[in-house]
Design a protein around this ligand. Structure first.
Ligand code: ZN
Length: 406
């Protein structure tokens, strides 16, 4: 195992955090061919530890809580309604804490144990915090989560439930990515905790857990999809899948790579702006005002921009309201209740089709980032309305009269 700069190729010391000391590029672990070749065979074991030959840990097993092996579901109604013959959903909401971040949580816990740390410190808008808290509990590590005030209450409750210490820090994400990285590094150093912030420019190793989404999809689909659509915040999930498909190709498991399409909110579109202004690096926006938690960030890593360029993909935006409406459609037409961020890729399909950026016959994968309970404002409003209705007596006629017409 080595860790190399994505931009200049310099090798950094194994375990080095932050960016490349030579050019400031994002670091990424790199594996020997012998390890890569293991992707050709089904590995025994459970969860993402099955892929430990391609994980940045040497001797520590990744703690298992049921992460990974999430279902790939062919769209029953939304795909056909758009004329898409092969639309697939990867439902990451079925991970143990309800989001893809469990793959990162398992990696963080193993990395912290291997570093001999007593605990993990992280910052999160929500999903990462619940995942890291759970895996720290499983690995008997202390866990400190720094959070912006005003997150969806479900994510805060879940983080507290598994015993993490939560500190609400005013404007933690408001000072830009560099200031955040320095701040987190300093906090981790003083506490002698492992810095488990899920973003490759700060910690280059954690997204190795997330790339297992690509391994699983290739197995479930019998090859790579033609197009992968992913909600993009910091960009780790997006870049991680691209890395996973590249490793599969290197191993000879797949023969072609998918086009990667990143989907952001029109109210927080750093990657979209970089792609469409043809910037060489992603600029930090002076704002992020999306109502969709998880993708409401003003900065995306350059690893996501590289994935767009190298895959021949693109980045698009959707309106918050459209994503909320699609969240409801996916629930009522497909039976899958996911968080609004997870609905963003499906929201983008109609426009992509119209612009000829995806084709009706292509195998299209939309990654659903998390479960519906994670950000349940809409459902809470519906439940509130039901709660206000008069109750019905214990009487079959009275109930029958109230049934909606079939
Ligand atoms: Zn470099």
């Amino acid at each position: 195992m080595r860790v190399l700069c994505m931009d200049c190729g310099s090798e950094a010391a194994w375990g080095a955090m932050g960016r490349c000391a030579v050019c400031g590029g994002i670091l990424q672990p790199d594996y020997d061919d012998e390890n890569i070749q293991q992707l050709r065979y089904v590995q025994p074991g459970r969860g993402i530890d099955r892929y430990r030959a391609l994980m940045p840990v040497e001797f520590t097993p990744l703690p298992y809580l049921g992460e990974g092996d999430t279902p790939l579901i062919r769209s029953k109604r939304i795909g056909p309604s758009l004329g898409l013959e092969n639309l697939y959903f990867k439902n990451e909401g079925l991970n143990p804490s309800g989001a893809f971040k469990d793959r990162a949580g398992a990696a963080v816990a193993a990395l912290a144990l291997e570093a001999g740390a007593a605990g993990v410190v992280s910052a999160s808008s929500g999903n990462a915090s619940s995942a890291i808290a759970a895996y720290c509990a499983a690995a008997r590590l202390k866990c400190v989560i720094l959070m912006e005030p005003g997150n969806p209450p479900a994510k805060l409750r879940q983080t507290l439930a598994t015993g993490a210490q939560v500190l609400l820090v005013e404007g933690i994400f408001a000072h830009g990515p560099e200031a955040l990285a320095t701040f987190l590094n300093e906090v981790a150093l003083r506490a002698d905790y492992y810095l488990g912030f899920v973003w490759a420019p700060v910690n280059p190793y954690i997204l190795e857990g997330i790339k297992t989404i690509a391994y699983e999809v290739a197995g479930q689909l019998g090859g790579a999809p033609d197009v992968v659509l992913t909600p993009v915040g910091g960009g780790d999930m997006f870049a991680a899948q691209w890395r996973g498909y590249n490793e599969l190709k290197r191993a000879g498991v797949i023969d072609k790579l998918p086009r990667m399409i990143g989907v952001q909110s029109v109210n927080a579109p750093p990657l979209y702006e970089a792609v469409h202004q043809q910037l060489r690096t992603v600029a930090t926006l002076p704002y992020a005002k999306s109502k969709i938690s998880g993708i409401n960030v003003p900065f995306t890593g350059d690893h996501a921009l590289a994935a767009v360029h190298h895959s021949g993909g693109t980045a698009v935006t959707v309106a918050d309201e459209a994503a909320y409406a699609m969240q409801k459609r996916i629930a009522t037409e497909e039976g899958i209740w996911i968080e609004p961020a997870g609905a963003a890729p499906i929201t983008a399909l109609a426009d992509l089709l119209q612009r000829g950026l995806i084709q009706p016959h292509e195998k299209i994968l939309c990654v659903m980032s998390g479960a519906g309970f994670k950000d349940a404002n809409l459902a809470a409003e519906d439940a509130g309305r039901i709660g206000q209705q008069p109750t019905i007596p214990f009487d079959v006629d009275a109930v029958s009269k109230m049934l909606t017409e079939p």
